[in-house]
Design a protein around this ligand. Structure first.
Ligand SMILES: [Zn+2]
Length: 263
């Protein structure tokens, strides 16, 4: 099982080595900004690395919203990131499920997701797997609660869509971790990546506040059980820099017996 961390984008391979990580996730542009990603000078090095790479799309991306002035640039930014992520050999592009504004019809939000994939298909399709991630907060989210996730997957129909399961977001979003993998897979058919995070916020608090695995409000054994059931690569998005994340990775390897398991 490949286990890694979300790291600073300046030198992701050095960050991986510092944490003894098999995988890294990073941003290709300011996560709070609308700038398209620039080509990376180390693209060839990254493509050849034996560390698995995942790219996280900026947080501002919301392809579901009915607000044209957010949705249209979001779609563009997502497509730009997909091309840039493929250029560095990433295994997936992670993007949050997004939401509609209060009073807006969530059904239109799901259809806006469908249109995003249709729009991408018109230009040959996404060049790498796009992994939609569950989110923690809001009353109008497309991927917080599993009933919404089921409607999203219905809307996406035959398009090739991946899923990233964040344990902090699920817990804070109000979904029990016990048995969650089976309930998710019954909807999506797949889990491509697990974001293994503990949660500073309480169950169903709606708070997106990550904690180290042995801190927070989730029993770490539940996070390990989710990872085992998912059988997918793992990224920790936890605080504490190199030391905090290296400890989280080591904790997971210890619990999972990762040294002996085949990929
Ligand atoms: Zn996450």
């Amino acid at each position: 099982m490949r286990i890694g961390a979300h790291v600073d984008p300046t030198d992701p391979l050095a960050e991986a080595a510092a944490r003894d990580a098999d995988a890294v996730q990073f941003f290709l542009s300011d996560p709070q900004g609308w700038k398209a990603p620039k080509p990376r000078e180390d693209a060839e090095l990254l493509r050849g690395a034996d560390v698995d790479l995942y790219i996280h799309a900026p947080y501002v991306v919301n392809v579901a919203t009915l607000n044209n002035r957010i949705r249209i640039p979001s779609r563009k930014l997502l497509l730009g990131h997909a091309a840039a992520a493929a250029a560095v050999g990433a295994k997936g592009l992670i993007v949050h499920g997004g939401h509609v504004n209060a009073g807006d019809d969530l059904a239109v939000g799901f259809d806006n997701w469908r249109k995003t994939f249709a729009y991408a298909a018109d230009s040959g399709g996404f060049p790498l797997p796009v992994l939609i991630e569950n989110t923690a907060g809001g009353d109008n989210a497309c991927a917080r609660h599993l009933d919404a996730l089921a409607r999203l997957w219905d809307a996406l129909g035959d398009y090739e869509v991946g899923f990233c399961l964040d344990t902090c977001h699920a817990h804070a979003g109000g979904e029990e971790l016990l048995g969650l993998v089976d309930r998710v897979k019954a909807i999506t058919g797949r889990i491509d990546l697990v974001h293994a995070n503990n949660s500073k916020g309480a169950f169903n608090s709606g708070q997106d506040r990550h904690d180290n695995l042995d801190g927070g409000t989730i029993d770490p054994e539940l996070v390990v059980a989710v990872i085992r059931a998912a059988g997918a690569p793992v990224i920790v998005e936890t605080p504490g820099g190199v030391d905090g994340q290296a400890a989280d990775i080591a904790l997971l390897r210890g619990q999972l017996g990762a040294g002996t398991s085949a990929a």
